[in-house]
Design a protein around this ligand. Structure first.
Ligand SMILES: Nc1nc2c(ncn2[C@@H]2O[C@H](COP(=O)(O)OP(=O)(O)OP(=O)(O)O)[C@@H](O)[C@H]2O)c(=O)[nH]1
Ligand SMILES: [Mg+2]
Length: 104
């Protein structure tokens, strides 16, 4: 359920979810770079090669609705980090690469 702040702003938590190298971080970077959408900086917790270790996070505001948008870490070994990030999520955007050699 979205939460409502004292000033009436609705807050939704959205997560990009899916396998590693499926394009979750790339998609969130697009949101961040879209003019007039993001407020504040993009937070990224990743390894030196750019693979997400915990999450990425961008806050986007449209009128009086705030979207806290996260990615999860897609590698199998980050299962418990994914469970933590997914807590309280209102909606997931399942993200994967449809190229046949990426569908193993
Ligand atoms: N799958 C996908 N990859 C793209 C696309 N465009 C660029 N890429 C590149 O493919 C790679 C996708 O990596 P990420 O966006 O980091 O993937 P991720 O899902 O965040 O991976 P994890 O952080 O390991 O979970 C990057 O090297 C991107 O630059 C696209 O349209 N689809
Ligand atoms: Mg990532």
């Amino acid at each position: 359920m979205p939460s409502r702040r004292g000033d009436g702003t609705l807050v939704f938590k959205i997560c990009f979810y899916g396998p590693s190298l499926g394009g979750k971080t790339t998609a969130l970077e697009w949101v961040y770079n879209k003019e007039g959408l993001a407020s504040g900086d993009m937070q990224q917790i990743q390894d030196p090669t750019g693979r997400t270790l915990f999450f990425d996070r961008v806050v986007a505001r449209v009128s009086n609705v705030v979207f806290q948008v996260y990615t999860v870490a897609g590698q199998r070994r980050h299962k418990f980090q994914r469970q933590t990030v997914l807590k309280g999520t209102d909606a997931c955007i399942f993200t994967w690469d449809s190229l046949i050699d990426q569908c193993a």
